[in-house]
Design a protein around this ligand. Structure first.
Ligand SMILES: [Fe+2]
Length: 194
């Protein structure tokens, strides 16, 4: 827990004009977070991925828990970026660009990340993150900036059900499995990956 507290203290000292990706990335890289020392989380093997809020300020910090085999939606953060550090297990990320005229998601890259690795989420980038392990939980630390009060305006893409959704300020995650009020718009769109 000490490293996480130190990271929070480091980040809390930053003024608004000092918050940038490089500085946050440096701080996140510096602290080795031992997930075994963080208590209070009971994991249900069948649960969806879920996040535990750590800090809600100029920067938002979460711990994200990824059950074995879980895959996030393909999603686009609206106007905020993030730094993800793998604290336990492995993550796999596919990144995309949306080609509006072709109604297609072009896959740009796919990459594996192991414990200690850092992923950078550029503002407005589109991606899917999963835990590729069939047996082991993964845990990651997420630092989002600028801090946002809600996920309003962020987009989800579903290539199996052919739909695109825009999240409302009631959304609590980038998941499809949320109450209707979490979505401000859902459109049927024959979208595919190229
Ligand atoms: Fe994301």
């Amino acid at each position: 827990m000490k490293a996480l507290q130190e990271l929070i203290e480091d980040i809390s000292t930053l003024r608004e004009d000092e918050i940038d990706c490089k500085r946050l990335q440096h701080m996140v890289a510096k602290h080795q977070i031992d997930i075994n020392q963080i208590s209070g989380i009971e994991i249900d093997d069948n649960s969806d991925y879920f996040r535990k809020p750590i800090l809600q300020d100029l920067v938002n910090i979460y711990l994200m828990y990824w059950p074995a085999g879980i895959v996030s939606s393909i999603h686009q953060h609206c106007n905020f970026g993030g730094i993800i550090k793998v604290c336990k297990g492995k993550l796999y990320e596919r990144s995309f660009k949306y080609l509006h005229e072709q109604l297609a998601l072009k896959e740009l890259a796919a990459q594996n990340y192991k414990e200690g690795d850092i992923l950078i989420e550029e503002p407005n980038a589109i991606h899917e993150v999963s835990n590729p392990s069939r047996t082991e939980m993964a845990v990651s630390l997420h630092v989002y900036f600028p801090g946002v009060q809600n996920l309003s305006g962020s987009r989800l893409f579903d290539v199996k059900e052919n739909k695109i959704a825009i999240l409302s300020d009631k959304a609590s995650s980038f998941g499809w499995n949320q109450p209707e009020e979490a979505f401000s718009e859902v459109s049927s769109t024959p979208i595919h990956i190229i």
